[in-house]
Design a protein around this ligand. Sequence first.
Ligand code: ADP
Ligand code: MG
Length: 321
Amino acid sequence: MRRICVLNQKGGVGKTTTTVNLGAALARAGRRVVLVDLDPQGNLSTHLSLEVGEDEPSSYSVLVGEHSIEQALRRTSIRGLSVVPTGIDLSGAEMELATLEQRESVMKRAVDAFENESYGRTGAPPAEYVIFDCPPSLGLLSLNALVASREVFVALQTEFLALQGMTRLLEVVRLVKQNLNPDLKVTGIVPCLYDNRLRLAREVLTELRSFFPGHVFRRAIGTTVKLAEAPSFGQSIFEYAPDCSGARDYAELAEEVVAQEKRPVTRGAEEGLLVAEPPKADALANAAARPAASPVTSAGAATSTTASTQGAAPVADPARS
Ligand code: ADP
Ligand code: MG
């Protein structure tokens, strides 16, 4: 059972959209998927029209030990896709958890129990994927997701300052790996809200690929209003607009995620990502801030050093490179 934490301490970068639609795409491909809403704002739960009344099981009640994951699971209209929704109390959970012993591993124990109980009963895992949607912070809720996970997918918006905060994020992942969860790895970077008409977006994507070779998914998720509209209809993109580019993007992302199971990340690349500072985050920000006429901001010039060392030539639209 893969356990994946969708992380970025910035809000509005596409974490929830990715968790919902990647989860839906994997379920449509025949996998059993459990999404866990760990954001007190409950966007994931709302996106899939799940309402949680007071005292009903939720990620909050799992965290405070009142319910098991099994008890808190809600089916969705997509076959194979279940959700542990957020209850209204989750915003207070960080305070309540703060006084508990081993407060950072409450969710891990719940997921372990969920997995072990299923193996004991049926000889099989309860799902192929558990995916955590994190809040826009690196507090105790995200920490619980990181300790319960084995993999981190970083959702990034392909825009100015995309890499700002990445050093801190990778440092937190490294610390969690070192002290709490030796299995943890960053196994994917999902470029979100990608507008390939914008030179800046193309440059950011090219830079990302050169900073983190082998880690950025080939399919960048394009910006489309359908993805922004789907939540207000309580639907994933596959129900709301199955023929739009957003549905195709998330279906392709899901194919890559499944393909990772046959092609694990090489050890060197993985460690490089965990220990490396994103080398030119400031340089990127500065380059992106220069006027369009500046030769330094052309995709080739901005990436020539890193791209050549990685053997990757800049391309006109790096979304499929
Ligand atoms: P986060 O969970 O990181 O805060 P969201 O997934 O909620 O980010 O996305 C922030 C906003 O951007 C939401 O209104 C969402 O509907 C919208 N959005 C996300 N991805 C896309 C996209 N590819 N195209 C258009 N709008 C998007
Ligand atoms: Mg969110």
